[in-house]
Ligand binder design. Structure first.
Ligand SMILES: Nc1ncnc2c1ncn2[C@@H]1O[C@H](COP(=O)(O)OP(=O)(O)OP(=O)(O)O)[C@@H](O)[C@H]1O
Length: 252
């Protein structure tokens, strides 16, 4: 492919001066994982929402596969979110349907792509449960009966079953215990590589960024202060704010 999957051009959305994000531009290529890092309140989530069609930005453009995201219809944006894209929320129940079984949560996304055969949907859901290390015997159970780590793995299966090209993740390991986090990170890393997924991931955890992201954007008070390959940014940070972020992790 000779053009980026996603191009973000001079995008801005400010709730108030310094609150939100301003003048952000970057390209994302197929199979690439971009990490957005920065302290709490730096505008990471607002930016993620604007590039994933969930918040119309005040200025700038988001081009996905040659289409201007905010020039296409609302119906078309919703279709993208149900099929070619995935969104993994920090709190898994925000991305799952509580009243629907685990299998139904996975099958529902598959149906959005036109699959209708019940047997196929069920066996695909079973396979995905196995892939994300949930016993397939739990297929008819509600997600509310699962542990936090299982819920997060179910949310990932629900998103990936349609084989999306692009997945947005907001602190995907944020609410989990450290040991559960490590396993989930391993799983995410192997799925990203296996499926050649492009990912935009918000995290304040530089360890998570180091493990998953190829490239980083560092945000401070709504602005990108530094960007580059993950190892370069973390091993040789140029901006004083990035230096501070990196050194505060080392001290912990
Ligand atoms: N709907 C809103 N209305 C007004 N201000 C908002 C709104 N959403 C977020 N903000 C403010 O915008 C700023 C950026 O918030 P945002 O959630 O994007 O930051 P963040 O970097 O993701 O932080 P965190 O890591 O804590 O989630 C914050 O000061 C926040 O209080």
């Amino acid at each position: 492919m000779t053009q980026p999957l996603l191009s973000v051009n001079q995008l801005s959305h400010l709730y108030a001066p310094g609150k939100g994000f301003q003048d952000v531009s970057f390209d994302l290529w197929p199979g690439e994982v971009l990490g957005i890092v920065g302290e709490s309140g730096s505008g990471k989530t607002t930016l993620l929402n604007a590039i994933s069609a969930r918040l119309a930005p005040q200025q700038g453009q988001v081009i996905y596969n040659n289409r201007d995201l905010y020039a296409i219809s609302e119906a078309e944006r919703r279709r993208l979110l149900r099929t070619e894209w995935g969104v993994v929320h920090q709190h898994p129940l925000d991305g799952l349907r509580r009243q629907v079984s685990a299998g139904g949560n996975i099958g529902e996304r598959l149906m959005a792509t036109g699959v209708r055969h019940y047997g196929d949907i069920r066996s695909c859901a079973q396979q995905w449960l196995t892939d994300v290390e949930i016993p397939p015997s739990r297929i008819d159970d509600l997600p509310t009966t699962f542990s936090g780590g299982m819920q997060q793995r179910l949310q990932i299966a629900r998103n990936l079953v349609t084989r999306p090209k692009l997945v947005f993740m907001d602190e995907p390991t944020g609410g989990l215990d450290v040991s559960v986090q490590a396993r989930l990170l391993d799983l995410l890393r192997s799925l990203v590589v296996e499926m050649n997924l492009a990912v935009v991931m918000v995290t304040h955890d530089l360890g998570v960024a180091r493990l998953l992201a190829n490239r980083l954007l560092v945000m401070k008070q709504g602005q990108v202060v530094e960007s580059g390959l993950t190892d370069r940014v973390l091993d040789d940070p140029h901006h004083p704010y990035t230096q501070l972020l990196v050194s505060s992790v080392l001290q912990n």
